[in-house]
Design a binder for this molecule. Structure first.
Ligand SMILES: Cc1ncc(COP(=O)(O)O)c(C=O)c1O
Length: 366
C-alpha cells in the first residue's frame, strides 16, 4: 500500500496542527481554569430556543444566518451587510486568512498571541511574520507591525495570553499606516474597558472578530462573528462554507444575545472576581499584567521571592495534581515564568487561592 503522505498537499507537509488546552472528560471533578470558558451556564432562554429548533432539524439552516446577523447588527447599530457569522470565531479567523493571504501575500501576528493564526496560515500556504514584544510588559509594537510587510495582520486585543488592553490611539495609528487588512481579534473584549467598534466607520481595512464562547457562555455551541465594511463582509462570505452555522447554534445564539440582562450580570460577577484575584496576587507580590479579559496572567514567586520558569512549572504541576487546570506556556521566554488563570465563580476562586496558599507553605518548607 502506498503511504498517504505521498499524496499530501505541499502546504501540509511540514504542518503542525493547533494544540488546544486540556479538555478533561470528567470536568465535574476538575476546576477548569485553563481555556477561559465562562464559569456560568448560558442564559436560561438558550435551552428553550434550541429545543424548539430541534423540530426543524430535518431542514438545512439559513445559509447566511440572516436572523442572527440582524440581531447582532441591531445590538451594535450596524447594518446587516456589515456582519458575518462563523462556526466559532476560529471560523471567522480562517475566512480572513483564506481571503487575504496566499503564497505571495504574507500574514502577520503578535508573538506570542493566539497560536491558531499560524496554524491557519500554514494550511493556507502563506508565510507568517511574527512581531515579537520587547519585554514581558507586552506593550504593542506599533512601528514593527506597520512595517512588517504582511497583507493581513491579526492583532489580539485584549491581548492573549497577557490580557493587556491596547490604546485606541495605537490601534488607529496601525489602521492608518498599515498597508493591508487588520483583523482585531476581540474574543475577550466584553471584559475590557474599550473596543474598536467606533473605528469601523473610519477605516476600510478593519475587521473586528468576536465570539460568543467567552462572555455569552457558549463555547460548546460554536458561534463567532465579524463586523467590517459591507465590501469586506461580502468577500468573507464568498470564502464561507455554505451552511457554516447550524440551526441549533443560530437559535441558541439569538436567545443568548437577547438576554442582555443575564449577559451583564455574569460579566459583572466575573469582573468582580478578577479584581479580587488580582488583589491576592498583588498582596503576594506577583507581577500580574493588568487584564481586560476573563483571565489573569501572573508570575508566581517562590519562597525567596524569585520568579522563573521552574517556579511557574512547579505551581502548574502542584495545581494539576490537585485537579485545578490552569495554562502554562513554557516555550516562549516571555511567558515561561507566568501562568494564565481563567476567572471562575467565587467558590472556585476561593479553592484556587487556598490551594496556592498550600503551595506557598510547601515552598517555605523546602
Ligand atoms: C484570542 C482568541 N481568539 C479566538 C478564539 C477562538 O474562540 P472561538 O472559536 O471559541 O470563538 C480564542 C479562544 O480561546 C482566543 O483565545
Amino acid at each position: 500500500m502506498n503511504s498517504p503522505e505521498k499524496y499530501l498537499a505541499s502546504n501540509l507537509q511540514s504542518h503542525h496542527p493547533y494544540k488546544p488546552g486540556i479538555q478533561p472528560k470528567f470536568s465535574a471533578q476538575v476546576l477548569k481554569l485553563n481555556t477561559n470558558e465562562n464559569p456560568y451556564p448560558p442564559s436560561e432562554s438558550v435551552s428553550g430556543a434550541i429545543l424548539e429548533e430541534v423540530q426543524n432539524l430535518r431542514l438545512y439552516p439559513n445559509p447566511a444566518s440572516e436572523d442572527l446577523r440582524r440581531c447582532i447588527a441591531d445590538l451594535y447599530g450596524f447594518s446587516e451587510q456589515q456582519v458575518i457569522i462563523g462556526n466559532g470565531s476560529d471560523d471567522i479567523l480562517n475566512l480572513c486568512m483564506r481571503s487575504f493571504s496566499d503564497q505571495k501575500l504574507k500574514a502577520g501576528m503578535l508573538d506570542p498571541s493566539y497560536s491558531l493564526y499560524e496554524v491557519l496560515s500554514s494550511i493556507q500556504g502563506s508565510e507568517i511574520e511574527r512581531i515579537v514584544f520587547k519585554s514581558d510588559d507586552f506593550e504593542l509594537p506599533v512601528a514593527p507591525i506597520i512595517e512588517c510587510g504582511a497583507n493581513i495582520f491579526f492583532l489580539t486585543n485584549p491581548h492573549a495570553p497577557s490580557g493587556r488592553e491596547y490604546a485606541r490611539e495605537d490601534i488607529e495609528t496601525i489602521l492608518e499606516n498599515f498597508n493591508g487588512i487588520v483583523v482585531i481579534d476581540e474574543a475577550y473584549v466584553d471584559f475590557a474597558r474599550q473596543n474598536s467598534l467606533a473605528l469601523l466607520g473610519k477605516f476600510e481595512n478593519l475587521i473586528i472578530s468576536r465570539t460568543l464562547s467567552k462572555s455569552y457562555s457558549l463555547a460548546g455551541l460554536r458561534v463567532g462573528y465579524a463586523l467590517s465594511s459591507a465590501g469586506i463582509i461580502s468577500i468573507l462570505d464568498q470564502a464561507r462554507e455554505v451552511y457554516n452555522v447550524d440551526r441549533l447554534a443560530q437559535a441558541g445564539a439569538i436567545a443568548a444575545i437577547k438576554d442582555q440582562e443575564y449577559f451583564t450580570f455574569t460579566k459583572s460577577e466575573i469582573l468582580k472576581q478578577r479584581d479580587l484575584l488580582l488583589a491576592n496576587f498583588n498582596e503576594w507580590g506577583w507581577k500580574t499584567i493588568p487584564s481586560g479579559a476573563n483571565f489573569l496572567f501572573t508570575q508566581p514567586l517562590n519562597r525567596d521571592f524569585q520568579s522563573d520558569p521552574k517556579v511557574a512549572r512547579d505551581l502548574y504541576e502542584f495545581l494539576s495534581k490537585n485537579e485545578i487546570l490552569v495554562r502554562y506556556f513554557p516555550l516562549n521566554s516571555l511567558t515561561s515564568s507566568y501562568l494564565r488563570i481563567s476567572i471562575g465563580k467565587p467558590t472556585e476562586m476561593s479553592i484556587l487561592v487556598e490551594r496556592v496558599k498550600q503551595w506557598q507553605v510547601q515552598e517555605k518548607q523546602k
